[in-house]
Design a protein around this ligand. Structure first.
Ligand SMILES: Cc1cc2nc3c(=O)[nH]c(=O)nc-3n(C[C@H](O)[C@H](O)[C@H](O)COP(=O)(O)OP(=O)(O)OC[C@H]3O[C@@H](n4cnc5c(N)ncnc54)[C@H](O)[C@@H]3O)c2cc1C
Ligand code: SF4
Ligand code: SF4
Length: 426
């Protein structure tokens, strides 16, 4: 993450968000057509099958390797940008794609989020038109940004060819409305996303990790089961997931939206740029011809290899599900005595699922979490919010639609934002 001021077209959103039950304020409710939420929202009646077909030419095919877990795949790679970009979350492939598109004149602007001038962790939507300004948006911020509120301002500024960098709930709404937006060309670069929370809540978490939380400049949940922290004086610290102070977080630390989100891997992006399946490097999923074009444009700056895979996920996922169920809506703390945590923390990167198997593990955990939390808090929404492929991911663990429908009546147990949360990461 970086403190550099974003580009000249950076401007904050103005309209207020319209309150909705399940909402990550993707920006649609702030537009002059807030009713569009009804057609656009991932949390109402998502239709991945139709949108995948429209965007990629076909829906995910569970008979092809990994498509059930990760969505439509044309090509999957492990990759690093050479040299790594300063201030990037990983090596900077995401922001580099945006800079390349601007340099090559393939887009007029890149719509993404920058750090707020007063709070480096708060995402603020921006339109970038100068390639060099992409350096100012590198890094991860925790929180929700009304990214799509700048679609209309982008068009009004004459940006008919646009690239968008976004997280899955933003990209779902974008794709749902794409045909009616009026852009000549959209390039969609997605990152995976899980366990987001409000920026305010994230500051509470940072305060548990350091006596000087304002000096933390970087945080990442790495694929080797450690959280990496970087500080403004250059110090780097890693903490095993098992030793994070999760028990000190309030049960609703993660909002219900992020506990019931069905699209971890950003399946409607042209290209997904993450790290989960990268064994310490980045992980690219090219999904369609436009994604292949994005990769080709920067390939000469990348070191690439085939993703590897090791370990077995089933026991980890089963244990996670038991913890989520036991937590009864609270945080799924692992049932380990304190003395065993350092040992298990040491063992996990060595014998736990790694590479693509780690990514599959996380996708299955998130799918199970969605089912369990919706079942508890909003059973009525299950029928429309949970796509068939998510049911297929959790079926081996005994979570099935018929079992859930039989167990729960409409409105059972849950307040809309009640209950608590999870992190398979933690
Ligand atoms: C809340 C959150 C959770 C994530 N969880 C996972 C995960 O579990 N597994 C995984 O593989 N990847 C996850 N990612 C993606 C990962 O952190 C990296 O962003 C990704 O690997 C790209 O790295 P990079 O070096 O190429 O990005 P950079 O070149 O540094 O660019 C990062 C881009 O992400 C955008 N961005 C940063 N924060 C946000 C935000 N809050 N909302 C929207 N856009 C944002 C920036 O504006 C920038 O364009 C998550 C991202 C977020 C925001
Ligand atoms: S479409 Fe966006 S703004 Fe509208 S309810 Fe969904 S997340 Fe909220
Ligand atoms: S976890 Fe899902 S709902 Fe939450 S911010 Fe990420 S993409 Fe959006």
């Amino acid at each position: 993450m970086t403190d550099k001021t974003p580009g000249p077209e950076a401007r904050p959103h103005t309209a207020e968000a319209i309150p909705r039950n399940l909402c990550t304020d993707c920006g649609i409710s702030r537009t002059d057509d807030p009713k569009a939420c009804g057609r656009a929202c991932q949390f109402i009646r998502p239709d991945y099958h139709s949108l995948e077909t429209r965007v990629h030419g076909r829906p995910r095919d569970p008979s092809k390797p990994d498509e059930l877990h990760f969505g439509v795949i044309q090509k999957m790679l492990r990759a690093s940008l050479i040299p790594a970009a300063e201030g990037a979350q990983w090596t900077g492939i995401t922001s580099h794609i945006g800079a390349h598109l601007l340099e090559a004149g393939l887009v007029d602007a890149v719509l993404t989020v920058a750090p707020d001038a007063q709070d480096r962790w708060r995402p603020v939507p921006v339109l970038i038109t100068e390639p060099s300004d992409m350096s100012g948006v590198r890094g991860m911020r925790m929180g929700f940004a009304p990214l799509l509120s700048l679609l209309k301002p982008a068009l009004e500024a004459g940006h008919k060819k646009l690239a968008i960098i976004g997280i899955p709930c933003q990209i779902y709404a974008l794709r749902a409305l794409e045909a009616e937006l009026g852009f000549d060309r959209l390039y969609v670069i997605g990152t995976p996303c899980s366990d987001n929370t409000t920026t305010e809540r994230f500051h509470d978490f940072l305060a548990l990790l350091s006596d000087a939380p304002e000096t933390i400049t970087y945080l990442e949940f790495r694929a080797d089961y450690h959280v990496e922290l970087r500080f403004s004086d250059g110090e780097v610290r890693t903490i095993p997931f098992l030793q994070l102070p999760i028990s000190k977080l309030p049960p609703d630390f993660f909002p219900l939206t992020c506990r019931t989100c069905v699209d971890y891997t950003n399946s409607l992006a042209d290209i997904t740029v993450g790290y989960m399946g990268g064994s310490g490097e980045q992980w690219l999923i090219v999904r369609n011809a436009r994604g292949a074009q994005l990769l080709a444009g920067i390939q000469h700056n990348l070191k690439t290899s085939q993703p590897d895979s090791a370990g077995k996920r089933q026991a980890s996922v089963r244990g996670f599900i038991a913890n989520v169920e036991r937590a009864a809506g609270g945080l799924p703390l692992r049932s380990l005595p304190d003395w065993a945590r350092p040992l298990v923390g040491w063992l996990m990167p060595r014998i736990g699922p790694r590479g693509l198997e780690f990514a599959r593990t996380r996708v299955e955990m998130k799918a199970a979490e969605t089912v369990i939390h919706l079942q508890r808090a909003l059973p009525r929404r299950m029928k429309h919010m949970i796509p068939d492929h998510v049911w297929a991911l959790v079926a081996p663990y005994g979570l099935t639609p018929s079992a859930n429908r039989n167990q729960h009546t409409d409105g059972a147990q849950g307040a809309e934002e009640g209950g608590g949360a999870s992190s398979g990461k933690a």
